[in-house]
Design a protein around this ligand. Structure first.
Ligand code: GDP
Length: 451
């Protein structure tokens, strides 16, 4: 960690300004070697300096250098941000000359990884940095910000400390071997575990909402060819995205787009129509549709009211029910539908729309939303949005349950201690008190370069 890393921190492509970021003990010296302006070492932290970056005698660009001296920076190391003009050529040239002077290219997430390893924040907070950057709704932004500012970390660490205390007492008992001593009062341990379980359960329960807020809701629009799926997706998106045609089987692959309804990001997936087909490519599309339906959180199933008979509709309904995924039955083309069919379907909880004429689309949106009501996230709300945290919380709770059950069965202290250590391990992995290289690599490799 003693070397100096460099990366573009802003997006690739042409922009007014780009920011190139460096972190490491020697970063000020490295930048100084290519910077004509003030002597940066002599400047105080958190100051801005105008100058030029050059390579030998060639001036590459006029830039502004922001200086952050250790430990008062994001990574707690010396950090510099060079704001240059946002041309890919300039960016490339500046990074090249910095590499020549001793910096190396940063790996994905390496700035945040250094911040974590230097104790700037814990692992759950580091992960929230990535969530904040990737937030697609205001709710997702607020949830990530709350987590980045501490979230559940403090409480988890506090409960973990209490549990460590008990683990050590029990382990002390083991040192006394055959003697019948009990340093860890079992009733107190039971009380603590119940307290921890109650807290963890409230976090576990929050994941349903947290997951919807962070990851959005994959919503599949399915139905027979020509039912109007592409038309409905276009209507929902208010733009011409999917190809609409009256030749059955036009949407051969899966088209996906996002619409924010009620603060939730719905990923609407328009699929190839479900039918028996001899066409190889269309058959692949149909297969993919079935896979997507199984993975969806919600299926909007379109019935073509001008084509389907009541018995056909009932047949398709049966297949839908067998998937055990929430679905909304939507009858499309109500403008041309037979009135007697409408009245029969009305009793079966169908929603009638016309995707082409945009009739009842608001009702459909409300119905979709009714499956995923989320409260708007406020400052300080604590919730779990990360599946890694969620899984570790479940594993912690299971280990704690084994401790409780073990005490009921009066098992020996060494087994109790083992389960407590296990719980401590899972809990510690959430905030990163316990980490392995694999765990860190796995987390930070998902970050972008420059973060
Ligand atoms: P998909 O194969 O399910 O994606 O169906 P499309 O969206 O391509 O639509 C098939 C045909 O049905 C097109 O000619 C659309 O214009 C027509 N269509 C879609 N929605 C409606 C509607 O609400 N009313 C009527 N009358 N026609 C519609």
């Amino acid at each position: 960690m003693n070397d100096t890393i460099v990366a573009l921190a802003t997006a690739q492509g042409v922009s007014a300004i780009a920011v190139i970021r460096l972190s490491g003990k020697d970063c000020i010296d490295i930048v100084q070697k290519v910077f004509k302006g003030k002597n940066l070492q002599q400047q105080p932290s958190h100051t801005l300096h105008f100058g030029t970056i050059y390579d030998d005698k060639k001036v590459i660009d006029e830039v502004l250098v922001s200086l952050f001296k250790e430990p008062n920076s994001f990574t707690k190391e010396n950090c510099i941000e060079i704001s240059c003009h946002g041309s890919p050529v300039i960016i490339k040239e500046i990074i090249k000359v910095l590499l020549k002077k001793g910096a190396r290219l940063a790996e994905p997430g390496e700035f945040t990884k250094r911040a974590f390893l230097n104790g700037r924040f814990d692992l759950a907070q580091a992960e929230a940095v990535a969530d904040l950057i990737n937030a697609e709704t205001d709710n997702a932004r607020q949830a990530a910000l709350n987590q980045m500012r501490g979230g559940f970390s403090k409480e988890i660490n506090r409960l973990r400390e209490e549990l460590i205390h008990f683990a050590s007492l029990i382990e002390l008992e083991l040192d006394f071997g055959e003697e019948d001593v009990e340093f860890a009062k079992r009733d107190d341990l039971r009380y603590l575990i119940l307290k921890i379980q109650t807290y963890l359960q409230s976090l576990i329960d929050s994941f349903d909402q947290g997951n919807v807020i962070k990851n959005g809701v994959p919503t599949v629009i399915a139905g027979k060819p020509n039912a109007g799926k592409s038309t409905l997706l276009n209507t929902l998106l208010n733009e011409e995205r999917a190809i609409v045609s009256d030749i059955a089987g036009t949407t051969r692959d899966v088209i996906e787009d996002e619409v924010i309804l009620g603060g939730i990001n719905f990923r609407f997936i328009d699929t190839a129509g479900l039918r028996e087909t001899q066409d190889v490519i269309e058959a692949i599309g149909v297969e993919r549709t079935k896979e997507r339906m199984k993975k969806a959180s919600l299926i909007i199933y379109l019935f073509d009211l001008t084509q389907a008979s009541l018995s056909e509709i009932e047949e398709q309904e049966k297949e839908l029910v067998s998937l055990s995924i929430p679905f909304i039955k939507v009858g499309n083309k109500m403008d041309k539908a037979d009135k007697s069919l409408l009245s029969k379907l009305e009793e079966k909880n169908f929603l009638f729309i016309s995707a082409a004429n945009k009739t009842n689309i608001q009702q459909l949106k409300e119905k979709i939303l009714s499956y995923f009501q989320v409260q708007s996230v406020k400052t300080g709300d604590v919730m779990v949005t990360n599946i890694r945290h969620y899984q570790n919380l479940l594993q912690t709770n299971e280990a704690l349950q084994r401790v409780l059950d073990g005490m009921d069965q009066e098992i020996t202290g060494d087994f109790l201690a083992m389960d407590i250590r296990q719980a401590l391990h899972y809990l510690g992995e959430i905030t990163g008190t316990i980490t392995t290289d694999d765990l860190l690599d796995n987390i930070f490799s998902k970050f972008c370069i420059g973060k």
